[in-house]
Design a protein around this ligand. Structure first.
Ligand code: NDP
Ligand code: OXD
Length: 306
């Protein structure tokens, strides 16, 4: 029985090498070179075409190559009994901490203002920005970022479905926790998954509950954000700007207004990336657990969508 790697738009060499070292006994194939559909026991995938995964009758689990699983759950042909496992990888977490810290710092320490001053040859000390950060989504990535920002001296709160105990981080949860969380948040960091419940959450009504001039960092999913509402909120000054790493359409279309917006900082879905050399441990351990009849780590609740 084998593992099938499905990764259409990126090289597979590093994954193949990591799997060879960590699981030397496991036959690995790369889509579309499948020897026999009956032989496929596990799929490790990012954005397989809809319908492809449903072709393997003896599949025991689907592993996501990334932390997000929306690319798998959006395929209605995948049998609902199959476990879907999200990526949990220390390098992915480290990368997200670096990205979020970078974006908080560049905003709060006024990096772009100082770059403009340098270009103009002006020696001025801008006033630093506010330090209250609110992290939406306190899962593997959000909680690590929140802890790390708190250690840097920011006043950090987190918002999630369930209450959390995270050292140095105030916890807010659920619908009733959202207004007070937003009211005390000057820098809003979105690390939420894309679920039907959360789609379009970052809209005009939500922005209006933030202190005037708040800053948005979205590294969760593009579908969370109502893009026109963000542009309108920046125009009125309710939002002072945004750092966006994820978009409804990726790559971001060349005529999209975000490209040239002076208050929007764009990165190409690169906040963090799974590194095969470390992430292979999560996959290999879970294969061993599934074969031993144990529940894998990082299993997704199909009802909740994450
Ligand atoms: P987790 O599943 O570990 O955490 C998800 C968090 O979202 C949990 O804290 C959960 O709350 C919270 N949540 C879900 N639904 C709701 C809701 N309705 N109301 C309030 N909170 C909710 O995910 P990760 O931390 O591993 O990853 C988060 C997301 O980051 C991914 O799904 C992906 O979209 C994105 N991502 C982006 C990357 C990039 O490069 N831009 C890279 C990697 C991930 P609770 O804890 O109570 O269950
Ligand atoms: C993601 C990832 O889910 O890159 O976006 O892991």
């Amino acid at each position: 029985m084998s593992l099938l790697l499905i990764r259409k738009t990126a090289p597979t060499d590093a994954w193949l090498a990591a799997l060879r070292v960590r699981c030397p006994e496991l036959p690995v194939h790369v889509w579309p070179d499948v020897c026999s559909p009956d032989e496929v026991e596990f799929v490790l995938t990012w954005a397989a075409d809809p319908g492809v995964i449903a072709h393997f009758p003896n599949l025991r689990a689907i592993f996501s190559l990334g932390a997000g699983v929306d690319h798998i759950l959006n395929d209605p042909t995948i049998p609902t009994h199959l476990p879907v496992i999200r990526m949990i990888d220390p390098s992915l977490t480290q990368g997200m901490i670096q990205y979020v810290t970078l974006m908080v710092l560049q905003y709060q320490r006024k990096l772009s203002a100082m770059q403009a001053q340098q270009r103009a040859g002006r020696w001025e000390r801008p006033q630093l920005g506010p330090r209250r950060v609110g992290v939406m989504g306190m899962g593997a990535l959000g909680s690590a970022c929140a802890r790390s920002l708190a250690a840097l001296g920011y006043e950090v709160a987190g918002w999630s479905r369930s209450p959390k105990q995270c050292e140095g981080v105030a916890s807010f949860h659920g619908d009733e926790g959202l207004p007070p969380f937003l009211a005390r948040t000057d820098i809003l960091v979105s690390l939420l998954p894309c679920t039907p419940e959360l789609e379009n959450l970052l809209d005009r009504a939500l922005f209006s509950q933030l202190p005037r001039g708040a800053y948005l960092i979205n590294a969760g999913r593009g579908e969370l954000l109502v893009e026109e509402d963000l542009i309108a909120a920046i125009e009125t000054g309710q939002i002072s700007g945004a750092a966006l790493d994820v978009f409804r359409t990726e790559p971001l279309p060349s005529d999209h207004p975000f490209w040239s917006h002076p208050a929007v900082l764009i990165t190409p879905h690169i906040a963090s990336m799974t590194l095969p050399a470390t992430a292979v441990e999560h996959v290999a351990t879970n294969i061993e657990r599934i074969r031993a009849g144990l529940v894998p780590h990082g299993i997704v609740d199909r009802q909740l969508g994450y």
